[in-house]
Write a protein that binds this ligand. Structure first.
Ligand code: SF4
Length: 476
């Protein structure tokens, strides 16, 4: 879609959300001064909202809807109604002028399942609202409904329940699609022991915090980065501090070349219950192209080694990687399913700011291929006995699709459901960690971010824990 667009609105505060939708229709060329103008105006009078959209691309250069707003609701709910109505109007206009539709309709947020839960909790027919009010396709509505149903055995919204997140933002090399803060090990090797020392202090403070707040910890998740890329002694020293009485303990090992016999032994001895061995692709030419610097044989070696222990294993794949067509992706899905991991997560490539692919101008906008790949993964997973149990969407994702976690029955990852549905408090540790405090009564979530990069984290030292303590306990 190469038409140039100049988008504007009289409600600047909603501009970013409107633009997300515009970008989904016009991923390549958008918002140019010399583009075709689409101008959206909102007028709110008493209970009535009028949305006017003017554009020469429209049959009569003009579109207008009038809808009643429920003014008995609180201010936030009123704003939500205004945004929903105006975004649906914009979606209808963009659909008319481009003759295209989006699988998730006017929804641009990252958590469709959370919205589905909220609608259900408010006594509404969530599937009907998805299809009729948000223009979500039948197939995606069914997927969201299925996920909400499947995750019900681990979905828990209860006061004083939390998860502990630990970030080790270090990787052996940088993948070309990566936009995380993760640093290459060769560049930060000297800082790793210092980082782990400060992280251990933060974890000891975290333990005290958990005792004082009375949170029940249901899961611990060590992510990154690639936590298994750091030296064995540092790795053990961090993991041995992570007994919070949780029922699930995940280490996102990820890169197969870092999963050694020693690392597996350390994870086993420290009580880890779930790890990931992430191929992303089973095609060597793709692995070379995306900067993973490991082989397909490494994937099988790591997987076989992990299978000697009792861990549940997750494997990640990415659809629409550079150089891959449908057959290449199908091969990866078939290989992953043949290994029979407890969890299989299928991502759709998102071109995020800061990634090498984005800087190089790689185009992932082929909706047709992306949809075929994702549909194939869904069918193959279902045939092999997996069910979808969590999902999220990202900005700039191929085909406006989603990432879906599949699981063998009863093997759902608690942390993935908690973090995506925002049903628990998260106590985050390490550089880049973001703690989230949930107030069940108001459904409000407050955030407290740790410093992002290793350098800043190290420079702040123990002030990181103090800030978090104040956030959770309100202390000075
Ligand atoms: S393994 Fe993950 S965090 Fe590390 S560079 Fe690749 S995408 Fe980024």
């Amino acid at each position: 879609m190469n038409t140039k667009i100049k988008f504007g609105t009289n409600e600047e505060k909603y501009y970013p959300e409107y633009m997300e939708l515009v970008r989904e229709f016009y991923p390549s060329v958008i918002d140019c001064e010399d583009g075709e103008e689409i101008f959206l105006e909102l007028f709110f009078d008493s209970e009535q909202l009028k949305v006017i959209i003017k554009s020469k691309l429209l049959p009569e250069n003009y579109y207008e809807i009038n809808q009643k707003i429920d003014i008995s609701s609180n201010n936030l709910a009123k704003i939500a109604q205004i945004k929903r109505i105006s975004k649906v109007a914009l979606y209808d206009v963009l659909k008319t002028v481009t003759n295209a539709s989006l699988p998730y309709g006017s929804l641009t947020g990252i958590r469709p399942t959370k919205l589905f839960h909220d609608l259900k909790d408010n006594g509404l027919d969530a599937a009907k609202v998805f299809e009729e009010d948000f223009r979500v396709s039948k197939s995606k509505t069914a997927l969201v409904a299925e996920i909400v149903e499947n995750q019900s055995s681990v979905y828990l919204k209860k006061d004083k329940v939390a998860d502990v997140f630990v970030n080790i933002p270090i990787c052996p090399t940088r993948c070309v699609y990566c936009s995380f803060i993760s640093a290459e090990l060769s560049k930060v090797r000297k800082q790793v022991p210092l980082y782990c020392e400060l992280l251990r202090k933060e974890l000891e403070d975290c333990k005290r915090l958990v005792d004082e707040t009375g949170y029940e910890i249901r899961s611990v998740y060590v992510g990154g980065g690639t936590p298994t890329s750091i030296p064995d002694e540092d790795f053990r020293s961090v993991l041995s501090l992570l007994d919070f009485g949780q029922v699930e303990f995940t280490v996102e090992a990820g890169r197969p070349d870092t999963i050694t016999e020693n690392k597996l032994k350390i994870m086993d001895e420290t009580g880890v219950t779930r790890i990931s061995v992430n191929p992303q692709s089973f095609n060597q030419s793709t692995l070379d192209l995306i900067g993973r610097r490991h082989t397909v044989d490494d994937i099988y070696r790591a997987y076989d080694a992990a299978r000697k222990y009792k861990f549940d294993v997750n494997t990640d794949l990415i659809a629409m990687l550079p150089g891959e067509d449908f057959d290449a992706f199908r091969h990866s899905v078939d290989c992953a399913v043949a290994l029979s991991p407890e969890n299989l997560t299928v991502h759709t490539l998102a071109l995020k700011k800061g990634s090498v692919l984005k800087v190089d101008g790689y185009d992932n906008a082929s909706d047709e291929d992306a949809a075929r790949m994702v549909d194939y993964a869904r069918e193959a997973a279902a045939k092999a006995g997996y069910c979808p149990y969590y999902m999220y969407r990202q900005k700039y994702v191929s085909g406006n699709l989603e990432n879906v976690g599949y699981s063998k029955p009863g093997k759902y990852c608690i942390y993935n459901v908690d973090i995506m549905e925002e049903t628990t408090t998260i106590i985050a540790n390490g550089a880049g960690g973001i703690s989230k405090k949930l107030d069940i009564a108001s459904n409000a979530l407050e955030r407290c971010a740790n410093p992002k990069g290793l350098d800043v984290y190290l420079a702040r030292g123990e002030a990181v824990s103090e800030k978090k303590r104040k956030f959770f306990l309100g202390e000075d």
